[in-house]
Design a protein around this ligand. Sequence first.
Ligand code: IDP
Ligand code: MG
Length: 161
Amino acid sequence: CLHYSSAAPEFRERTLIAVKPDGVQRRLVGEIIGRFERRGFKLVGIKILQASEGILANHYHDLQRKPFYPALIRYMASGPVVAMVWEGHNVVKSSRLMVGETDSSQAKPGTVRGDFSIHISRNIIHASDSVEVAEKEIGLWFHGAELIDWETKDHTDLYNV
Ligand code: IDP
Ligand code: MG
């Protein structure tokens, strides 16, 4: 039955996507949402916020000792961020490919970074890099009640079930 199929865990993977302050400033929010929508992923959470130092320190915990860390935190706090949760089959892996290489000058055309940015320090967008990290990041940026479960009616068009 369609209802149970669409609820299967393999179609319920989630990732955190964030349009960084440069992406918001450059009016790229709609463009980025459009790419994820057209791909077939399902938007289950979205908000605009001024990220606090606390959330950013947690989010970039692993990069704390990097020389660029202070500049990275200043960049991420320089304006609002649009945080989103997208859901679908292999969304973590697929969204990393849609986002492109960290260093924008290495990012392939057709990717968000490869189409809209030229430097590693202003690379427009964040995407979780693994399912485990995605779960942690979603918990950091969103309250459970902000994530909306909804059934897609085009499920058989997107997946072979
Ligand atoms: P990712 O965003 O592609 O996952 P990470 O290595 O996790 O890349 O780094 C997180 C963010 O830190 C990058 O998106 C970028 O904004 C910033 N960053 C990473 N490496 C550098 C660097 O060498 N110089 C300046 N900023 C960097
Ligand atoms: Mg990363």
